[in-house]
Design a protein around this ligand. Structure first.
Ligand code: C5P
Length: 220
């Protein structure tokens, strides 16, 4: 019998460190990693390029053609692309096909993996409502801004800390308050506050919770 697909779902506000942890978790447990925000960012980039015009047909084609390597492009991290992504992510018609793409992978990852680990805003209750383990990661907004500022600075972007802080606050507002698929902590998600934790400390903590579930997965 085919072994069950082990699913780790992480939701978090912008720049909480969820991507870093999701990558570490995926590597450690041999799970397929998907940074779902990048799907919205790819659309955001296209939206800016096309003078802020929404073309649903084109957007859908872009998503369906997206390969995992396309999501690794560094320029997708840009501030204005994040804001455009958050704007487009509020539109139901867009979410429908982005969700379709995600659910297909979540339920049927490439064979060499034992399962999946996704991070985003609606993973715990929309994309993987039956995930084996769910996390809600967060951190103080100024700490999140500091981390993102450092990251973008190191990639050579000319930005100020204040620009980043303002845009993260704007995205928080948009992501938590929107009507469709708002960011929220579900009751069954474990809260991880990474404000005072190093990358390693945070990983250790998450591993502690995952191991409990993973042991029974390995037995079956
Ligand atoms: O995670 P990241 O900051 O790259 O996401 C960019 C934007 O995409 C978020 O601010 C959010 O509005 C949207 N998003 C979403 N649902 C997801 C992932 C991201 O609405 N699952």
């Amino acid at each position: 019998m085919k072994k069950k697909n082990f699913q780790v779902a992480i939701d978090s506000p912008a720049a909480s460190g969820a991507g870093t942890q999701a990558k570490l978790i995926s590597r450690h447990y041999n799970l397929f990693y998907l940074d779902t925000g990048k799907l919205y960012r790819i659309l955001g980039k296209n939206y800016i390029k096309n003078n802020k015009k929404i073309d649903y047909k084109n957007f859908k084609e872009i998503i369906l053609k997206t390969k995992i390597n396309d999501l690794k492009k560094k320029n997708l991290l840009k501030n204005e692309i994040g804001l455009a992504a958050a704007y487009l992510a509020k539109i139901k018609r867009i979410r429908n096909f982005v969700n379709m793409y995600q659910k297909k992978i979540a339920n049927n990852p490439p064979k060499k993996f034992k399962g999946v680990c996704f991070d985003g805003r609606d993973i715990t209750y929309n994309i993987m409502p039956k995930a084996d383990i769910k996390f809600f990661m967060t951190a103080d907004v100024s700490i999140r801004a500091k981390r993102r500022y450092k990251e973008l600075k190191s990639q050579g972007y000319k930005i100020t800390f204040n620009d980043i802080l303002v845009s993260i606050k704007e995205r928080d507002k948009s992501d938590f308050k929107r009507k469709i698929s708002p960011l929220k902590k579900t009751k069954d998600a474990i809260l991880i506050d990474s404000s005072k934790l190093s990358i390693n400390e945070c990983f250790k903590k998450m591993k502690f919770f995952i191991n409990k579930k993973y042991k029974s997965y390995e037995k079956n």
